[in-house]
Ligand binder design. Structure first.
Ligand code: GLY
Length: 329
């Protein structure tokens, strides 16, 4: 059977709804340097990043920490049923169950929290945050993550919406449906942030690959893969084929490159080129990455045109127009 690719998905009901969620202008934007005195800078994946940035900035400027800002910014997208690849209304796994992954990392404490295969809780990024604040663990999975969320006061709810249920039922009813026993597809909200004083945070949240095999966990909740933050260098996040990117520990690779002196843009392009060099098939994969160094300089890149990243930047107190990343191939 053929794998579903992101283009197919975006042409589907889910894709149409996801695109309709944020009909914002797109421009190609260069990556200007930013001095450390410029305050909050946010770089967030996809069209919906602008809404997440606005909320994050509001939280930060109301006295919240950078972690609070990233968490609350991502919550906006988790709560939005029109974004069918994250949180409430996310397209479910092959069994029709919405299964969420998220991680958040504090670059000052060098401390991450994550949850994977979380059911019935619409804000996995907030549960991941509680893993940092209330435990000495880093990752909680499945039933354990769910029971932990209940203990933390999160309310369980059905995460399928009529729209996401319909998408799943159509998939299930198709005798020729694409499955993922060989390959796959997805979309994630990833956010990197600095307070302008060198403090770095990264977070991401996803419902993962549509119709994934139950229990599948990929980059978004794996520290170093979907997120990484280190005040000594910067922060990074990834979106796209999380199974593939997990094999390259994408985010820590980018942050390591920045710590060796690469610019965020060079670091983003370097990891994608490395992926294609080690296996030429990866040149055709759907992968994109974002990065920010501790001076607030930005980078982003997509592997190719089949999944070209759109991203939102908040700096100098406002959202910039949604922009499109360069492609490496
Ligand atoms: N990058 C999100 C996923 O593959 O689950």
């Amino acid at each position: 059977m053929e794998p579903i690719d992101r283009r197919d998905f975006m042409r589907s009901v889910a894709g149409t709804a996801a695109l309709a969620a944020a009909d914002l202008p797109v421009t190609a934007t260069p990556q200007p340097a930013l001095s450390s005195s410029s305050g909050l800078v946010l770089l967030t994946t996809w069209q919906w990043g602008g809404k997440a940035n606005e909320r994050a900035a509001e939280v930060f400027h109301s006295g919240g920490t950078l972690l609070d800002a990233v968490e609350r910014g991502i919550n906006v997208i988790e709560d939005d049923p029109k974004v069918m690849t994250v949180g409430y209304g996310g397209v479910p796994n092959a069994d029709g169950v919405v299964e969420l992954d998220a991680a958040i990392m504090d670059g000052t404490r060098h401390r991450a929290g994550s949850v994977c295969s979380l059911h019935m809780i619409k804000n996995p990024i907030s549960v991941a945050r509680q893993v940092i604040e209330q435990t000495s663990h880093t990752t909680l999975a499945g039933e354990g993550a769910f029971l932990f969320a209940l203990k933390m006061g999160f309310q369980p709810q059905q995460l399928l919406t009529p729209e996401s249920l319909e998408v799943w039922m159509k998939w299930k009813a198709n005798p020729n449906r694409k499955t993922f026993w060989l390959k796959e597809n997805h979309d994630t909200i990833g956010m990197t942030a600095t307070d302008g004083k060198g403090h770095m945070v990264a977070g991401c949240s996803t419902s993962g690959l549509a119709f994934k095999i139950p229990g599948r966990v990929a980059d978004s909740s794996l520290v170093g893969c979907g997120v990484y933050a280190d005040d000594n260098a910067g922060a990074a996040s990834a979106t796209g084929n999380g199974d593939l990117m997990t094999n390259y520990c994408t985010s820590i690779s980018i942050v390591s490159a920045m710590s060796r002196g690469a610019s965020p843009q060079e670091a983003c392009e370097e990891i994608l080129r490395h992926m294609a060099k080690t296996d030429p098939k990866n040149r055709y994969a759907q992968c994109a990455v974002i990065a920010m160094n501790n001076r607030g300089e930005l980078g982003n890149a997509s592997m190719n045109d089949t999944m070209r990243l759109r991203y939102a930047v908040w700096r100098n107190g406002r959202n910039e127009p949604i922009a499109e990343s360069p492609t490496v191939y």
